[in-house]
Ligand binder design. Structure first.
Ligand code: E4P
Length: 235
C-alpha cells in the first residue's frame, strides 16, 4: 500500500520524505490555506521534495472552470494529480481531463456508488473519506471493502485512496483490505512509527553498552585488512 501524507506543510513533508516512507501527497483547499503561503511558491517547493503523485484540488464549481484549473495545475509538474469533487460537474471535468491525459482524483466520496461513478468517469484515484463517515456514525471502512470488491469485479484501474484517516488502526485496516493508497495527516504517520517498547528496548541496550564501557571499531583506526572486513559486514 502506498502512503501519502495529507498536508501541505513543508517541514512534515521533508521529515517523512527523508525517511523514504513517503509515496505522495494529498492536499485540499483547507490544508493549503493553513500554510499561509502563496500557492504557486508553496507547490513548487512541495514538488521539489516529492517525486511521487502530488494531489492539488480545483476550486471552481462548474466543469469548464475545473477543466481550465486542472490544466493549469497539471502544468506545474508531471507528477501533479488534479482533484475534483464528487459532483456532476466534477465527474464531467474528470472525464475531460482524463481524455486530455491528465491524472485525476475524485474527492469527497462517501459511498460505494459514488466510487463506482468516479471509476466510470475515468478517475485514476477515488478518495472515500472514512474518518468523516465514522464521525457521522457510519462504519467508514465498510465502504472501502465494498469499493475494492466492485473495482475488482469489473477490473477498474482506479485506485482506492483511503482518505480522512484519523488514527493508525485505520491504516492497518486499509492495508488488510488491500487498498491501493492511504493518505494521512503527519501525526498519524508519526504514531505509526513509534512504539513505547522500542524506546524502552533502545534505552536498555544503550545503558548496558555504556555500563560495559564498550566501543565500536572505527574503520580508519583498523589495519587495512580488518577495515575491509568491517566495511563488508556493514553492507
Ligand atoms: C484527502 O485528500 C483529504 O484531504 C483528507 O483526507 C480530508 O481529511 P479530513 O476529514 O481529516 O479533513
Amino acid at each position: 500500500m502506498k502512503i501519502f501524507l495529507d498536508t501541505a506543510n513543508l517541514a512534515s513533508i521533508k521529515t517523512f520524505a527523508d525517511m523514504g516512507v513517503l509515496d505522495g501527497i494529498t492536499t485540499n483547499p483547507t490544508l493549503i490555506a493553513k500554510e499561509n503561503r502563496e500557492f504557486s511558491e508553496l507547490v513548487a517547493e512541495i514538488l521539489k521534495i516529492v517525486p511521487g503523485p502530488v494531489n492539488l484540488e480545483v476550486v471552481s464549481q462548474d466543469s469548464e472552470g475545473m477543466v481550465r484549473e486542472g490544466h493549469d495545475l497539471a502544468s506545474l509538474g508531471p507528477n501533479v494529480v488534479v482533484k475534483a469533487p464528487m459532483t456532476p460537474d466534477g465527474l464531467k471535468a474528470v472525464r475531460r481531463l482524463h481524455k486530455d491525459g491528465i491524472k485525476t482524483n475524485v474527492t469527497l466520496i462517501f459511498s460505494a456508488n459514488q466510487a463506482l461513478l468516479a471509476a466510470k468517469a475515468g478517475a485514476d484515484y477515488a478518495s472515500p473519506f472514512i474518518g468523516r463517515l465514522d464521525d457521522a456514525g457510519h462504519e467508514g471502512m465498510k465502504i472501502i471493502e465494498e469499493i475494492l470488491a466492485i473495482y475488482r469485479n469489473y477490473d477498474f484501474g482506479t485506485q482506492v485512496l483511503v482518505a480522512s484517516i484519523r488514527h493508525p488502526v485505520h491504516v492497518v485496516e486499509a492495508a488488510k483490505l488491500g487498498a491501493h493508497v492511504a493518505t494521512m495527516p503527519p501525526d498519524v504517520l508519526d504514531k505509526m512509527l513509534k512504539h513505547p517498547l522500542t524506546d524502552i528496548g533502545l534505552k536498555r541496550f544503550l545503558d548496558d553498552w555504556q555500563k560495559a564501557g564498550l566501543k565500536l571499531p572505527q574503520r580508519e583506526a583498523l589495519p587495512a585488512k580488518q577495515g575491509h572486513l568491517v566495511q563488508k559486514a556493514q553492507h
